[in-house]
Design a protein around this ligand. Structure first.
Ligand code: NAP
Ligand code: ZN
Ligand code: ZN
Length: 348
């Protein structure tokens, strides 16, 4: 039998979120029912709740940085038991058989998926609803274990901000001897700095101002520069192997490419609502590359959580009540968060 659970939803594009209820499907053979404890507010929630990335499904219950405790498991579930501390990120299903799914890259499923945690249609044709709610039912394949060393509230943002920065840092081999710049010190950026530092890279923050400099250095950055200061671009010319851009708005890309060394790469995980303009000459000169990356696969997400537990890495959060969500959205849009809002779902 399906259950009715309390949730916060945007009734229409750009409308304030309000308390409502959603139906969760009956726990199936391979499903896990999770009592959600905490859910992070990702900038992607805001893009989508305002239909900034195009048509979206309303009412929308955002939230894909979910942690909680297993309340019930289906008869075929082998990986989890009642009482386990778990997390759910940006996806809840995929085809499991395409080349990418088989390779552990479920986020790049080419078999009609992935099914996103919200603002998506499940394989049953029903809209998915995210983590700004009391409970969620998810196939065990898309559930990860939160190590005991990580608190459930500070672990929630790892499920998106953590994996979205960990995956490209690993793919582009951030590590000892590599100079990595992280652009934007928000939710993703503050994870990127901690993870790149823990991986052994020399880390530079490129933020709009020096307002968060003390925090950036405390999080593990070796250097910190303001992008509003033109001298920054002169001083850092041709210095980075990798630039991880987490900014939610378009940038002057040529200026950032000029900071890359020969064969350097700029990976854009920030997903602005507008298309961006790039002059290819600014890449070709030194065989630089520009790319993008989406979250990470399920095995890699578990690897990231274990890595965070081992290295004492977690999100720095501001815990809020659910009725503060609209105010929190405005503060994220104003880059006024250190560094992730997390909703205590007991207040929904
Ligand atoms: P966030 O907390 O708002 O952080 C973005 C940061 O970018 C801000 O803190 C600010 O940093 C900087 N910034 C904002 N507006 C700017 C502007 N106009 N010019 C220059 N810098 C600006 O957002 P987030 O949750 O980290 O998400 C960032 C982006 O990543 C969003 O577009 C989101 O949708 C996307 N995302 C992508 C994936 C993926 O899989 N690829 C996953 C999650 C999120 P400073 O104050 O330091 O300048
Ligand atoms: Zn996200
Ligand atoms: Zn697939």
């Amino acid at each position: 039998m399906s259950t009715t659970v309390a949730a916060y939803a945007a009734p229409a594009a750009g409308a304030p979120l309000e308390r409502t209820t959603v139906e969760r499907r009956a726990v199936g053979e391979l499903d896990v029912l999770i009592d959600i404890a905490f859910v992070g507010i990702c900038h992607s929630d805001i893009h989508q709740a305002r239909a900034g990335w195009g048509a979206a499904i309303f009412p929308m219950v955002p939230g894909h940085e979910i942690t909680g405790v297993v309340a019930e498991v289906g008869p075929g579930v082998t990986a989890f038991a009642v009482g386990d501390r778990v997390g759910v990120g940006c996806m809840v299903d995929s085809c499991r058989t395409c080349e990418n799914c088989v390779a552990g890259l479920e986020q790049y499923c080419t078999g009609g998926g992935p099914v996103w945690t919200y603002n998506s249609l499940g394989r049953d044709g029903q809209p998915t609803y995210g983590g700004y709610s009391k409970q969620v039912v998810v196939d065990q394949h898309f559930v990860v274990r939160v190590p005991d060393a990580l608190a459930l509230d500070a672990a929630a943002p790892l499920l998106c901000a953590g994996i979205t920065t960990y995956s490209p840092l690993r793919h582009w081999q951030a590590g000892p001897g590599k100079k990595v710049a992280v652009v934007g010190l928000g939710g993703l950026g503050h994870m990127g700095v901690q993870l790149a530092h823990a991986l052994g890279a020399e880390v530079t923050v490129l933020s709009q101002s020096l307002r968060k400099k003390d925090d950036g250095l405390r999080l593990g950055a070796d250097h910190y520069h303001a992008t509003a200061d033109p001298a920054t671009f002169e001083q850092l010319k041709r210095s980075f192997d990798l630039i991880l851009n987490t900014v939610s708005a378009p940038l002057d890309f040529a200026a950032y490419f000029s900071l890359l060394r020969t064969d350097g790469a700029m990976v854009n995980v920030g997903l602005p609502e507008e298309p961006v303009l790039v002059r290819l000459q600014s890449l070709g000169g030194l065989r630089r590359s520009m790319s993008s990356s989406g979250i990470g696969g399920m095995a890699e997400t578990q690897e990231m959580l274990d890595f965070c537990a081992e290295h004492g890495v977690a999100a720095e959060i501001e815990l809020i009540r659910a009725d503060q969500v609209n105010e929190a959205y405005e503060r994220v849009l104003a880059s006024d968060v250190r560094f992730r809002f997390v909703i205590d779902t007991a207040t929904i």
